[in-house]
Design a protein. Sequence first.
Length: 260
Amino acid sequence: MEWGSADKPAVILWHGLARTSRDFDDLAMVLADEYYVIAPDAIGHGLSQWSPLPAQEYCLDFYARLANDLADQLNIQTIRWVGTSMGGAIGTVAAADLLKNRITHLVLNDNGPQLADAAIQRIRSYAGSPASFSSVTEFEQYLRQIYVPYGWLSDVQWRRMAESSVRRLPDGRITPHYDPQMVMQFTEHDNDYLRWDEYDSLSCKTLVLRGEHSDLLLEEVAQAMTKRGPKAQLITVAGCGHAPALNVPEQIEIVRNFLK
């Protein structure tokens, strides 16, 4: 997905583990006044193809290679990066290596170089074995339950989330739009989200958004991020867990001001 004009400064918005690019619609529409906004579906998610080599390709290093290729194909030399959860980790890995001299601003939305094991297990429990539903309405109710930590969403936003992240199974039932094998990231790539070395090497301007009740990015890790590496600015987002949806004016304005 893209918004805005290609002659403006570029912003890449990268979604979380079991999500799609459409989570950023509200943020993208605001940023499009000032930026060229690109929001990809990662391989295995949304409208992108599934990996033919899931054990090798569903991992942060490969995602970062795709990000580098995307920037090259679009001839983007300077990048502002906003990543939610997995998308933040991809940005960290890319900014430390392949896109080191091109990412100037990095927003880590409820992501850090060390994540809580209990939360990773919770996410794996539902992401690796996605449920199926008889209707999109039933699927929407499921999303409303598991994404309570996102904070407030309007009825229109919940419906859009359901309609933009749905896949129909051969038997006609509904399921989330991603490849369940993407959880091989956890089984085939030990500690793929333990990235202090990469974080400590960063020099780009960095903002950490932490959901007030996040069980994934613990408070002590977020605080350490303000003292190590790029010495990130830390903002706690009230009324959210993992992860703030970046869908309301207050959250959008935080991101917009930082990217300036």
